[in-house]
Design a protein around this ligand. Sequence first.
Ligand code: KIV
Length: 276
Amino acid sequence: MRRTVTEIRSMKAKGKRITVLTAYDASMARLLSECGVDILLVGDSLGMVMLGYDSTVPVTMEEMLHHAKAVRRGAPESFIVGDMPYGSYHTGVRDAVINGLRFIKEAGCDAVKLEGGLAMCETVRALVAAGVPVMAHIGLTPQTASQLGGYKVQGKGIEEARRLLAEAKGLEEAGAFGIVIECVPSKLAKVLSASLAMPTIGIGAGVDCDGQVLVIHDMLGMFEKFTPKFVKKYADLAPLMKAAIKQYDEEVRAGVYPGTEHGFAGEGDYLELLSQ
Ligand code: KIV
């Protein structure tokens, strides 16, 4: 049975930690679902790990919907959050609601996620009023990282920390059902988590968040370009994948693969066709 927003929220009240991982295609979504991951996030990080962009900025609505639909097909029972790409909610509340609804209606997502603080409260309110559950995202917000001075820890000083608390409370008051907190000091994330009724989902924010999220390619060791400090590699798949690919390449060149066991038998050897 698919989880609901109410169930996700009540996990915090019950002290149950929430697991979130990104998924971008049907086969990975199926694996995550079979492993019991609570929430699948179709993150705009797909711009980097799937599409080869340098950042999340160029990702479009059409690209997000394409991947979100695949994730839904692979994990019909999972709670899926679609990440609203840069530009899809910055041109006015109406555009945000239209695009948020597309994630629900066209891709079958259960909720959307958007980045930003107090400036996003009106948008969150409008989406929720339209029936679109919203997960907020504060701290390091990759879509606007250049305005934040790059990919660096946010909220180190007390004034900045105060601002993050005000943002989180404002977004909760606007109706967000949960919030991603990215790259903030662990002790600040603990205070934020204690100050909010909605669950906090940390990434680079310490162990005291109500849940954790990672990019699947990072935690499986499939993305070699760079690995943020907060990532734990639960597997190192890239070298294994390369070894397998190299072996295939060598075996095909050497005529070792496919072996007879990989082929199909017919009704003869068909040699008579050679003389025709
Ligand atoms: O796009 C993404 O994958 C994200 C997570 C890292 C939180 O926003």
